[in-house]
Each structure stands twice: as C-alpha cells, then as structure tokens.
Design a protein around this ligand. Structure first.
Ligand code: 3PG
Length: 307
C-alpha cells in the first residue's frame, strides 16, 4: 500500500488533515503524519518509506531526498517552492509540484489586515491614516497580487502593478494601472506590497535604493519571502528615512535589530501567517492530495515544477 506522508513543521488545520486523509484513503493509500517536528532527523526517519510527501515551507533538500528511498512525488501545498531543491528532486527521479492559487486569498486578506494595522500606528491610540485614495503598488501580479488588487479596490485604493512576466494588457484588464518597472512602482506608490517568489533573480533585489523611492510616509509590506530583501540596505535606509515603515509576514534575519531600532515603524508576525487559515489549508492540502492521486493513478503532472 502506498504511503503518503504529510510533514509540516507548521501544521495544517485539523479539518484539512482530515480532508487529506479521506482523499488518500479513498484512493486506497495510507496517510502518515509528522507535525511540529523540531529536528531534521525526525523528517529523515519519517520519509524513509514514504511514496509521496506533502509539505508546506518545510525544507526538502538532497539529504531528505536521499533518505526518501521510495519517494516518487513531493507536493508543496502552497505557491512558493523555493524550499524544495528541484535539481536534487530531478536527480532522484522525484516529481515536485506546487498548488498555485489555493492559498492566495488568505495571503491577500492578511496583506490588508496588516496594512490597516500599520496605517493606524499599530493601534497605539494615536491618529493614523486611511487606505482610501492611497496608491497601492503590487509587485508581481500572480494569484496573490490579483487577490490583493481585488480586495484593495473595496478599500477605494488606487492600484498599480508591475510584473516582469505578466504583460501590461493583462494587468490593465484587471482594472489595475500597469507601470513599466519596479523602480517606477516604488516611485508612484504610497505602499508597495511584494508578491515575487524567491529566485536567484529576485533574492536581495528589494534594496534601500528602491524602497527609498517611496514618498514620505511610505510603507513596504512583505508577505512573500525574507530572502527578496537586502536587509542591510533597508536597515540603513530606515535609519535615514524616519518616515518609512516595514511590515513583514516573514521575520527578517535582522528581526531583533529592526524591532529595536524602529519599534513604531516595524512589525513582523511571529510566524508566517499568510496562508494560515482553515480555508487555505483545506484548499492547498486537498489539492496536494488530489494531485498525488492523479499522478499515481493517471500519470498527471500538470503542476510539476521540476520539468
Ligand atoms: C506559499 O508560498 O504558499 C506561502 O508562503 C505559504 O507558506 P506556508 O504554507 O508555509 O504557510
């Protein structure tokens, strides 16, 4: 009997695990669960006899793939797959997939929640500002960026976007103003929300020079990946520009320094919370389970990312 392992350092909501179990068992497979593990050894032991693996931001590197002697497929239940060593997966004949779009609304709702928190001065009692009429720049117009635009329209914000891989016409078709570059987006927005993946091209690409293009009172919000920020230059910029705020759903490596220096202009969630809703867990978890069943039973590789 095939064994499907869910290995999640940050667990899914129980209702999602139950749903995955039902899909897996209906296909005649067995579900194993490794949650809240703290040592890599626990993951290495658990994957030893797994045929398929469902993870979130859990690291799947060459060592994990070496230990997973029977593994045929790993599905990242979520969008970003920078936690999976794709070359190593290919070398081990393991298909890697993601579940794009399934948790996008959850992340987008958190963006708006964090923005309200930021413009109201972290609810410290002092008068803040409103989002109505402010310019929101969305960097990368994928599933999350599109959902942010949809919700931000309800707040009455003016929405701009730039995406190096999405034509301006597609952005404009969604009722959003397309700008010509990342630099233009920062120049023209009051708030910039990051939705780029962490790739060799994007890592450390958001630096002090770019963020410094924001007008007075500008806000940078990052619900994407900490790796896309050049932290040293952002720290330096925020020392010079005492009007800027940085809001993150993924703690920067220099979290302590940001928190100490900019207590009233910096906030990071204690744990990545963007996709942490029952709905997103169900959507992404069930999609992962269905993709595994579709792969084993029919050879479907639609969402493979290591082709
Ligand atoms: C994603 O890439 O899907 C999001 O960052 C969510 O990540 P998580 O599953 O670790 O919460």
């Amino acid at each position: 009997m095939k064994k499907i392992l869910i290995a999640t350092e940050k667990p899914f909501a129980p209702v999602a695990v139950q749903g995955i179990k039902e899909v897996v068992e209906a296909a005649g497979y067995e579900l194993a669960l490794l949650e809240k593990y703290t040592e890599k050894k626990e993951l290495l032991d658990a994957v030893a006899d797994a045929d398929a693996l469902i993870v979130r931001s859990d690291k799947v590197d060459a060592e994990v793939l070496d230990a997973a002697k029977q593994l045929k497929i790993v599905v990242r239940a979520g969008a970003g797959y920078d936690n999976i060593d794709l070359a190593a997966a290919t070398a081990h004949n393991v298909v890697a997939m993601n579940t794009p779009g399934q948790n996008a609304n959850a992340v987008a709702e958190l963006v708006m929640g964090l923005l309200v928190y930021a413009v109201r001065n972290f609810y410290n009692g002092k008068a803040g500002t409103e989002l109505l009429g402010k310019k929101l720049g969305i960097l990368a117009f994928g599933n999350v960026g599109r959902n942010v635009a949809r919700i931000a329209k309800g707040f009455g914000m003016d929405i701009l976007a730039f995406d190096a891989y999405c034509p301006a016409e597609a952005i404009e078709a969604a009722g959003v103003k397309a700008v010509g570059s990342t630099a233009e987006l920062f120049e023209q927005s009051d708030i910039v929300s990051l939705h780029i993946p962490a790739t060799p091209e994007t890592k450390q690409s958001i630096n002090g020079e770019l963020v410094g293009k924001l007008p007075k009172g500008g806000i940078l919000i990052n619900t994407a990946r900490k790796e896309v920020i050049d932290e040293a230059s952002l720290l330096k910029l925020m020392e010079e520009r005492t009007d800027l705020k940085y809001i993150a759903d993924i703690k920067p490596d220099a979290d302590a320094e940001f928190a100490e220096k900019f207590a009233d202009r910096y906030f990071a969630t204690p744990k990545k919370m963007g996709a942490q809703t029952a709905e997103a867990n169900i959507n992404a978890g069930l999609a992962a389970a269905h993709q595994i069943v579709g792969f084993f039973k029919e050879g479907i590789t639609k969402f493979q990312v290591n082709k």
